[in-house]
Structures are given as structure tokens and as C-alpha cells.
Design a protein around this ligand. Sequence first.
Ligand code: PMP
Ligand code: GLU
Length: 400
Amino acid sequence: MVQLSKRAQNLKTSPTLFLVAKAKELSAKGHDVISLTVGEPDWPTFEIPSMAGIEAIQKNITKYTPASGTVELRNAIAEKIKFEIGQSYTAKAVTVGSGAKFIIFAALQMICSPGDEVIIGTPYWVSYPTMVELADGVPHIIECGESEHFKITPEKLEKAINSKTRALLFCSPSNPTGLLYSASELKALAEVLRKHPQVTVISDDMYNRLVFDGTLVAPHILQVAPDLRDRTLVVNGGSKAYSMTGWRIGWAAGPENLITAMGDYQSQSTGSPSSISQHAALAALKNCEPDIASVVKKLIARKESGLSELSSIPQFKVASPEGAFYFWVDINACLGKTYQDRLIRTSKDFCDILLNHFYVATVPGSECGSEGFMRLSFAVSEETLKRATARMKEFISQLA
Ligand code: PMP
Ligand code: GLU
């Protein structure tokens, strides 16, 4: 047996990826598992990037690229950001990595020294706190409840900032709630941030194009507070809007010293992201606006039908998501009940029974820092969601 580092001893596996593996394990045993776990589109990668990937292989675009990605792709990313939030970046201010997950990880590695704090609001994307800890930082968690629509308020932000605070990390639209920060809410946060120049803003924009109010893109902090540009990192990637989860392409634009450090870090760790995937992502960025529009339309229909399904369960309370593809379900009415003599104390208990007895895989809210909730992905067909809801109803009818 190897003696592991302290870092390894404290490491927690990604709960979303663990649950996906668990669901697959049950499927392999012959169970008909419905997975609403992973935040992954069920539709294929669009035709244009898929063909570009094949072309990359055929044309032998299969070698190392610069560690931070090709200049062509970085320019295309800069153009996209200009189109979406109106900020101009040079290729030098953009870095491409193997997924936005690694991009955020690398950013935190470059921002945090031991003991530095990173502010994260609940409910958060499952990986944020662990990523901060892996950078020897301390996640400073702000509890954001239903009355605050699960968003950080300026008052709470002000209270959380101290001399150790180095960054604020948030995503909008949110994984897991699907709610987004309005322009005025972002403006109010910016007013607080302006007073604290040591705080870097990490804006995780993974779902910024998957919004349901007819606008093209979610409101962004740099649209309302462009003066924060010198300390804001804009993060995005191909996984969600372009359905390219397996291609592993993410990127960031921001202050050049941070981008350079992240690129150097990458040059000593993963090296350049896949040349094939970069070629595909370039094609996606240049050509896939109509595909994104059709995906948003599909998601709106799924959201509507999913909401009406879930509202037929009186024990559930669900806020209508404004973007992304998650339902954030309040299951507090089910806690304290028993199922076949097993007391359901936590969201983990609830989701565990739902998976092992009714074969519906979901993410317990506790993994996102909020007890009493469950995350469901609706990046699945309406039919699948209907079947899942029927099973949840069956489960709940058996609670005592
Ligand atoms: N941020 C958020 C909020 C996410 O949900 C995800 C999902 N995977 C990521 C970042 C990272 O995405 P990827 O590594 O696939 O680019
Ligand atoms: N972001 C997705 C999720 O939250 C993908 C899985 C992961 O990387 O954690 O389910």
C-alpha cells in the first residue's frame, strides 16, 4: 500500500461522476435505470464540429498545439465573448484547456495561496469547494436560501469578504438551480466588489447561452460593471451549449497575468488540449448559432413539460428554471418520513432510496451544500422525465 499525500487523503470524488458510475453499475446488472444525474446534453454533438473532428484526424491535425490552445481558436473565443458580453480580448488574454473544470481548477491553483479564501454561495456546483481545497484555499461558503432565490445578496457578500478573500466564484445560470443573476443583481454585487480590489471574480458562464426568456445570452457582470474587467475571469466551454462534453474543451479570458500563469500551469500538467477537439470547437464557435437556438427551444419545451409533471407531486416544490437544464426540487416535505422502516433524514437518504429501489438517479442537494433539495437534469427526453416522475410518485406514495 502506498502512503498517500495529505492532499489525497482529503480528496473527495466528484459526487456527480460517482452517481453516474453508480447508475451505470445498476444498469449493467440489468435494472432499467433512469438517469437524471449528470449535467450532460442527451443530444449529439452538432454535425459541423463532429465533421471538423473527423477532418482534423484525416488532415493529421493530431499533434501538440501551444499549451494554451491554437491562436485561431483563441481568436474565435475572443470573438464569441465580444458577441456575447461586449468585451474585447486579444488571443493572449485567452487560454484553452481540457474542459472548463480544469480551467477553473487551474485558475484557483494560480489565485490561491495556503489559507486564502474563495467565496462560494450555496447551492453550488459540486466541484467548487473541493477545487478550492486542492489549491490549499479555504472555501468560504455563503448560505443562500429560498428567500434569496438561492443567490448571493450584496449584504451577504460584504459580510463574507475579509483580508483573506481572494476570489468570488459563481455560475449564472446556476448549476444546480437553473436560476440566474439579473443585471441589477449583478450590479449590486459589483458595487460591493468595487470596494475590495483584492477579490478576483471567477464568472463561470457554462450555461450562459441556455436561457429561456428569449434573450440570446444571460446577463453578465462585465456588462454591468466593465470596470471590474481587470480582475474578472470569464469561463466557458464547449460542453453544454455545443453538447461537446466528451471533447473536453473549456476556456477562459481575463487579466493577462492570470491567463499566462494558467497557461504555464497547463504547460506543466495536462499540456495542450486535444488538437482534434480544438479543431472541432473552432468549427462549433464559428457555425453553430442556429443549432444553439434549436437546443434552447427544445429545452424550453422540456422545462414546461417537466414542470407540469413535477407539480403533480404535492410534496415537491420547484422553482421554474431560467436557464441551464436542472430542476432544483425542494423535498423537505419528504424528510422525516419512513420508507419500509428506513427513516429518510437527508436528501442523500431520499436519493439513495430513489436510486436503489426505484432506479431513478438524481443528485442530493447536500452535495451542492443545501440540505432538503434534489437536483434533476432535464437534458433528457420528455418521455424519460415522465417515466421518472411516475416512479417518484410511486416512491412517495409508499412513504409513511
Ligand atoms: N461549471 C459548471 C457550472 C458545470 O456544470 C460544469 C459541468 N461539467 C463545468 C463547469 C465543467 O464543464 P466541462 O469540464 O465539461 O467543460
Ligand atoms: N457539470 C456536470 C454536472 O454537474 C457534469 C459532471 C461533472 O463534471 O461534475 O453534472
